[in-house]
Write a protein that binds this ligand. Structure first.
Ligand code: ASP
Length: 317
């Protein structure tokens, strides 16, 4: 890594649990650091995290988040220990509490990346963790590193993070990525959020309340096609089957708001389509070849952003 790579100077939060751990200067320096990581290539020569160990502890399935965190750590010269089905493949299966598991793992690793199905689990874990802990998704709570990589993608694709018209669609109630992203977008001036979801999947009052306090413009809209016509960014999300009590409840809302060829005709030429992935049928595969489909580029950006986050947390302690 070149000498020009400077760790963010803003006061570090020891843990990254929710968007409230990220003030604007810190967001900006992490995005700049991610961009440095991308420019320097995937394997910075100086391997700045050589000798450090990251534990990835996932109680819920993951492809992008776990692999990109692990790849990020390896590319920074660090090492990884991991459990990918912690609910059954760790002592959680014997009844060990999350807190005890984190206390123990924190004795072996220098950083912990945790995914858990319960809202608030990362906060509970961070309270007892002896080492920096990153929330890689806590149920329908938050997913701050996804929100950072979403910002990184928007900045790269649209050239700015302010004065944008962002349409968020799909499952805004359980969709932790949309919840976290809305809060980070509200830090920038002039952004307008249009929320498209069925009543059952409306963005929660907890996030709305925080958004109102920032003064960001929010509008609820039923018709995705109408909303898309005025969008700079269309952020589509998956209806999360695993969060519904029954298949019947899921089936009632699953097919709302599809992004397909007709919808793409309504979307401005300069706009982009994002999705945290995995996608089911809420984006038709025919959209993939449209240059405005940014979701695979977005997933790749996760590597650079997670390299930046790991570097910041490891160097800040
Ligand atoms: N991968 C994202 C998450 O973990 C979105 C999703 O699962 O639909 O929240």
């Amino acid at each position: 890594m070149s000498d020009s790579l400077v760790a963010p100077t803003a006061a570090p939060a020891r843990h990254l649990v929710s968007p409230s751990d990220l003030d604007l200067p810190l967001v900006e320096s992490l995005l700049a650091l991610a961009s440095d990581m991308e420019r320097q290539g995937q394997s910075p020569a100086q391997a700045p995290l050589r000798g450090r160990i990251m534990a990835s502890v996932f109680y819920e399935p993951s492809t992008r988040t776990r692999f990109s965190f692990e790849a990020a750590m390896l590319r920074l010269g660090g090492q990884v220990i991991s459990v990918e089905s912690a609910a059954t493949g760790s002592s959680a299966a014997k009844g060990e509490s999350l807190e005890d598991a984190v206390r123990i793992i924190g004795g072996y690793a220098d950083l912990i990346v945790l995914r858990h199905p319960e809202i608030g689990a990362a906060e509970r874990a961070a309270r007892v963790s002896p080492v920096p802990l990153v929330n890689a998704g806590d149920g329908a709570g938050h997913h701050p590193t996804q929100a950072l990589l979403d910002l990184y993608t928007i900045k790269k694709e649209c050239g700015r993070l302010d004065h944008l018209r962002i349409v968020m669609s799909g499952d805004l109630k359980f969709g932790r990525t949309a919840r976290s992203l809305a809060l980070l977008l509200a830090r920038y001036p002039g952004n307008q959020l249009t929320l498209v979801s069925p009543d059952e999947l409306r963005l929660g009052e907890d996030v709305r309340h925080q958004l109102h306090r920032t003064g960001v413009s929010i509008r609820d809209e039923r018709d995705l096609s109408a909303a898309a016509a005025g969008a700079d960014v269309l952020y589509q999300t998956r209806i999360q089957r695993e969060r519904f009590a029954s298949v019947t409840e899921y089936d009632q809302v699953r097919s709302v708001s599809r992004v397909d060829a007709a919808l793409m005709r309504r979307l401005p030429e300069h706009a982009i389509v994002m999705h945290p992935l995995p996608r089911l049928d809420e984006i038709d595969e025919s959209v993939d070849s449209d240059p405005r489909a940014a979701y695979f580029r977005q997933a790749r950006n996760g590597l650079f952003v997670r390299m930046a986050v790991l570097y910041w947390l490891a160097m800040g302690t």
